[in-house]
Design a protein around this ligand. Sequence first.
Ligand SMILES: Nc1ncnc2c1ncn2[C@@H]1O[C@H](COP(=O)(O)OP(=O)(O)OP(=O)(O)O)[C@@H](O)[C@H]1O
Length: 302
Amino acid sequence: MFQFEGVSVRYGKETVLQDLSFLLESGPIYGIVGPDGAGKTTLLQLLVGLLSPTEGFIKKTESVSIGFVSEHFGLYEEMSLQENLLFYGTLRGLQRIEAEKRADELLKWASLEPFADRAAGNLSGGMKRKLAIIAAILHHPACLVLDEPTHGVDPVSRREIWRLIQEIKQTGTTVIVSTQYLDEVPQCDEVLLLFQGKLMQKESPLTLVEQFPFRVFRLAGMRRRKTRDLLSVKQIPGVVDAFFRGADWILLCEKERKITRQLEIWKEKEGLAQKLEKIEPSFEDVFIHLMRMGGKPDDSAL
Ligand SMILES: Nc1ncnc2c1ncn2[C@@H]1O[C@H](COP(=O)(O)OP(=O)(O)OP(=O)(O)O)[C@@H](O)[C@H]1O
């Protein structure tokens, strides 16, 4: 569907995307994941043709129709949901009758039917996002591109939006969606990890977690501790990385038998009463580690 070959984007001296080469095929949900400023929006703008690469090229399947919801999507606030959809439908070349039928069908599907006559400006943030999504798929696009569709919405709406995304995939539409929320990544079939404009991984989240080569330990309830308190654990041979995740410390270690014993000794020396738990790596742990390795020299990351 899309093939990137050596694509870079620069604004003046700033390189926003650097030498990206990858292929997006039709079918999956692709997640574009990365922290603030990683280049997610820029990548999506390239996909939908709002921006051209400074270097390299993008090959698109010619006939591919695209629906796009930008971060700052535009709805007509004073118009009703129904009117908004009819307007967007007409823009997309649908006949009025067809647009009405499709609008009714999609409003029902997104559980927005009871609000069909309400002014879009009076919807909650989550409902506005849903409306923007259905406006983008009125014309049955082969590919739907969503820029942070769950940013700043409440957890119930987030779940609801992901239900819609999953169902859109079931209809055969390829979905390319950016997010900063790592807990959403397992919803994607494949994830592209962006960091400082570089593509660090393109892989299924499951594979990333399964192939993670380290043993993961957690010390829960470390909120009162400082990040620099983690330095001593990094001195233990076999400890690869150590960082905060929420209120917990996460320790990544080589798979050596002795390591648990060494960590227990370290805990005792540091006077830590918290229990050391061996846990399965989450995508969040894998991601944080990859970001730290890619972004900063080992020790200064602590
Ligand atoms: N038109 C522009 N001119 C100059 N710099 C830009 C422009 N657009 C984006 N940038 C810079 O490019 C970098 C990446 O921006 P981008 O919006 O793609 O990141 P992002 O991953 O989507 O982040 P966010 O989640 O904050 O939107 C940022 O440092 C941003 O300041």
